[in-house]
Every structure is written in structure tokens, then in C-alpha cells.
Design a protein around this ligand. Structure first.
Ligand SMILES: Cc1ncc(COP(=O)(O)O)c(C=O)c1O
Length: 360
């Protein structure tokens, strides 16, 4: 595929080429059915087989225990900001939120519509460039919500928060690092992720939720907003995002063939390390995230001079490096290097950065 360029987009993001090629072939006919993957009824055998394989592979790759439901929903991670409190938080109850970026802030805003929010910690004082190491937990939170990887600021939790009340369950927005490393699902009550970074195209949202919680959710909500509706119907209560689920299935096959989550983590660590090592040794660039909290998925950096940053981005774009501009709220540069981002693209970027530094 000669006309593809290095795509550092934060999401929707690069997908494995083999996955895209297979999807392209199946757009016209899914296998030998003579009907394209987007044209099949979600209730017909061919698509049901796709959905079943997607769920089975998701469970296998993620080591998801049997007492968890795997749901393929719509509405993006942003809908989960609301669906979580809507289902689990009632007036008078409190949920603890770890505020490590603007996505967590948006989650807080939605939760406040349904109950009390205790902000257990926040790194907003320094534009979210670190993960707070201490929290002030409320006495009896219904759940604890955190964002495992902060896409905009390039920070990532090294491990799950601990120390909150035993009765509370952990909720994670894992949109930008889901399946980038092994995960112990049993530590969580609910994990959600928009697919468009590590799992597939936009339009499908993965939710992994403990069964007893599904049962405990508010049953007075409109059907589409109750987890139980989707859990009871195997994500087929209404027409699911069929193409997204299909592509996710292909990505899961790709992850499995690539050695699973341990192998993904190894590759992700190696890719990110190359960039951070160079940033740390450079006289021009510096990484913006606190060293111990650096993300393996989104590498954020600056030159310290906004004009130079703009020059860097313009020249990089001209050389075929897509979407290196930092998020509009923080400026600078961001290289998003999710699972499917190839090592060769890291080498190419490093060379470009060195050449730019030599002439800057
Ligand atoms: C960590 C995180 N959470 C939530 C979102 C919002 O996701 P969506 O656009 O699927 O609603 C994003 C989008 O980039 C994100 O990075």
C-alpha cells in the first residue's frame, strides 16, 4: 500500500494493514456469502458468527472472567460518562472520581447530574502533566472512576488505584489504552472504551461489566440506557454497530496472532522508550509528562517555543507524518502510537526529529 503515510492520529487512529485489507475484501462479500459485511442482517447466521467470535476473542485475549458481560454498544465513551452514574448512582450516593484530564472532568460533569461526586484527586494544577499519588477517598463511595490513559496529556496510570472503601467497585475509562497491556479484569466492576484507538473504528464502544452490577443497575431508565437491556440481548437489543464489531473481531484476531496482550505491552514499551530516550537526550525537545507517569500510547513533547513547534508540525506534515499536532487545549506535539502503530514509523519519526533538531 504505497500511498499510506505515518499516522500519529490520537483517534480514530491507525489500524493494522492486514485488518484493513481483509475488511476491504469482505466489504463486497463476507466470506463466500455473496453479501457484504455491512449488508448482512445482524440476526443472520453469518453476522451472528462474527459477533460470537468477537466476544469469544475479547474474553480470551483479555482473560475476562465468566461473571463479566462483554457488550458492544454505541454512543462512544462519552455516553458511558453518563450511563455509568445513571445506572449505578442515585441521589444521595457518592462516587469518587480521579481527575487526571479533561475526559475525566467530562465524566465528573455527567455524574453530578445523578448523585454526589467526590473529586478524590486532581492534577489540573499543572495542566494534568502527572498522575496524583495520593487521593482523598470518601467514606462509602458507590464506585471509583478513573481514566487509565490520558490521551491529551500523555500520562498513564502504571496500575489501578487502591485504598478506597472495600464496598466500592472500580470503573475505568480505558478508551486510549485498552488491550495495550495485560489487564486483571477481576479488579474492576466496569471497564469501557471507545474502539477508535486500539480496537477498531469509531462507532462501537466496548463495555466489560460484572454481572451482579448489571443486575443492580437502575431499572427505571429507558431501555437503551440500561446495561441489563444489552446484557440480556447479547448486544442485539437493537441493530448493533455491525461493521465496528466485525473490524474489532479482526483486530482481536490480529492481537492474538501477535502474541496477546503481553506481547502488545512489550512492543508498546519498546516503541515509547525509543521516543522518550531521544526526548530526554535532546537539546531541543522535552517530554511534557512527569517521567514516572509517561504514557506508552501518547507521547507529548514541546520545543519550548510555539513558533518552532508550528514549524516542526508543518515540516513533519509535509514529509508525510500525519497528526503530530498536540491537542488544541495544550499545544505542542503528540505522537499517538497505539498497538497498530508500526516500529518503522517510530524510526522514521526519530530520524525526522534528529534532522529537524540539527537545523533548528
Ligand atoms: C480517554 C478518553 N475518554 C473518552 C473519550 C471520548 O470518546 P468518544 O469520542 O468515543 O465519546 C476519548 C476520546 O478521545 C478519550 O481519549
Amino acid at each position: 500500500m504505497t500511498n499510506r503515510i505515518w499516522n500519529f492520529s490520537a483517534g480514530p487512529a491507525v489500524l493494522p494493514e492486514s485488518v484493513l485489507a481483509e475488511a476491504r475484501d469482505n466489504l463486497l462479500s463476507l466470506g463466500d456469502t455473496g453479501v457484504g459485511v455491512c449488508e448482512h442482517s445482524h440476526r443472520g447466521k453469518p453476522f451472528v458468527a462474527v459477533a460470537e467470535e468477537a466476544e469469544a476473542l475479547c474474553r480470551e485475549i483479555g482473560g475476562i472472567p465468566d461473571n463479566y458481560k462483554v457488550l458492544f454498544l454505541q454512543g462512544g465513551a462519552s455516553s458511558q460518562f453518563a450511563m455509568v452514574p445513571m445506572n449505578f448512582l442515585s441521589a444521595g450516593q457518592t462516587a469518587d472520581y480521579l481527575v487526571t484530564g479533561s475526559w475525566s472532568k467530562k465524566a465528573v460533569k455527567e455524574a453530578k447530574l445523578f448523585g454526589n461526586v467526590n473529586v478524590a484527586c486532581s492534577s489540573e494544577d499543572t495542566t494534568f502533566n502527572y498522575i496524583p499519588k495520593t487521593q482523598s477517598w470518601s467514606e462509602a463511595p458507590r464506585y471509583v472512576h478513573f481514566t487509565s490513559n490520558n490521551t491529551i496529556y500523555g500520562t498513564q496510570f502504571a496500575s489501578e488505584p487502591t485504598g478506597y472503601a472495600d464496598d466500592a467497585f472500580l470503573v475505568c475509562d480505558a478508551s486510549s489504552d485498552i488491550f495495550s497491556r495485560p489487564i486483571d479484569v477481576s479488579k474492576y466492576g466496569l471497564i469501557y472504551a471507545g474502539a477508535q484507538k486500539n480496537l477498531g473504528p469509531s462507532g462501537v464502544t466496548l463495555v466489560i461489566v460484572r454481572e451482579d452490577l448489571v443486575e443492580s443497575g437502575n431499572s427505571e431508565l429507558t431501555s437503551m440506557l440500561q446495561y441489563r437491556t444489552h446484557a440480556n440481548a447479547d448486544s442485539m437489543f437493537n441493530t448493533p454497530p455491525t461493521f465496528g464489531i466485525y473490524l474489532m473481531m479482526l483486530v482481536f484476531r490480529w492481537i492474538k496472532a501477535g502474541g496477546g496482550l503481553a506481547a502488545m505491552e512489550q512492543k508498546n514499551k519498546a516503541k515509547a522508550q525509543c521516543l522518550y530516550d531521544y526526548l530526554d537526550s535532546s537539546n531541543l525537545y522535552s517530554a511534557t509528562a512527569a517521567p514516572e507517569d509517561r504514557s506508552l500510547m501518547n507521547v507529548t513533547f514541546v520545543t519550548g517555543d510555539a513558533d518552532k513547534d508550528a514549524d516542526f508540525i508543518a515540516k513533519a506534515t509535509a514529509e508525510g507524518f500525519n497528526a503530530l499536532k498536540g491537542h488544541r487545549s495544550v499545544g505542542g506535539m503528540r505522537a499517538s502510537i497505539y498497538n497498530a502503530f508500526p516500529e518503522a514509523g517510530i524510526d522514521a519519526l526519530l530520524q525526522f526529529m534528529k534532522d529537524f533538531e540539527a537545523t533548528a
